[in-house]
Design a protein. Structure first.
Length: 242
């Protein structure tokens, strides 16, 4: 099963000022503080953002509606999911607009490298091969604990944590090597990360962060535009086309 999130299909609105909206720390109470701090010229001052998820919890159409073989698949954490950003300002959406190729957002808030690797391997074994695969890897020390089989095809985390007492970095590096081996010479791939340590340890691109999203915690729209441009240029060099 592909792992998304335990939340059911729904749209998240700001109905509780003390509760995070969607998959992250984006909430109206803090937004009002940021409005005062940054003023009316701030991009997110009155930016309309809602979080619509499918029945698996991805910020994407239903998976049985995806034309996998003609799409680019993007995996990662909340930076791919797009917390604090409108859907049109997320990396997968911008990449789709840039290349003119359908792009599937398989970002999961809080995802570790293990979860993204699992979803990539499940995609390899159970779905048509996509045009390309993009990994925006998260922090190397992150790991996930999963529920038993919940009936979904993609994995759903029931708990997430950040472990510093075990050597999860080495484990995650091995999982990435496994994932690379499985997909080698089958489809174009791109790997990058906003985390400096991850980019160094995996020897991949470090994506530049120019701004913050509405919640001031995730990359903003300019950072996502830059990341999508870098990804698009790399995929074009590998021969990806409509």
């Amino acid at each position: 099963m592909l792992i998304g999130t335990y939340r059911k299909s729904q749209t998240y609105y700001w109905d509780n000022p003390n509760k995070s909206v969607g998959n992250g720390p984006d909430n109206p109470k803090e937004h009002k503080q940021y409005m005062k701090k940054f003023g009316k010229g701030w991009y997110y001052y009155q930016k309309d953002i809602s979080y619509v998820q499918n029945s698996h919890g991805f910020r994407e159409k239903e998976l049985d509606e995806v034309d996998w073989s003609n799409s680019i698949v993007v995996l990662g954490c909340s930076m791919v999911w797009g917390c604090g950003n409108a859907i049109e300002d997320t990396i997968p959406y911008i990449l789709q607009e840039t290349l003119g190729i359908p792009t599937v957002n398989l970002g999961v808030s809080g995802a570790g490298l293990d979860l993204s690797t699992y979803n990539s391997l499940f995609l390899h074994n159970h779905y048509p091969r996509p045009k390309a695969i993009v990994h925006i890897w998260s922090g190397m020390a992150r790991y996930m604990e999963f529920k038993p089989d919940n009936g979904h095809r993609f994995i759903v985390p029931s708990h997430q944590d950040y472990c510093i007492s075990h050597d999860w970095e080495s484990k995650n590096k091995l999982l990435v090597e496994l994932e690379r081996t499985v997909w080698k010479d089958k489809v174009p791939r791109y790997e990058g990360s906003f985390f400096k340590s991850t980019s160094e340890k995996l020897n991949i691109d470090q994506l530049e962060r120019f701004d913050n999203s509405r919640d001031q915690y995730h990359p903003g729209y300019m950072s996502n535009q830059s990341a999508a441009k870098t990804i698009a240029q790399n995929l074009l060099k590998q021969g990806v086309k409509k």
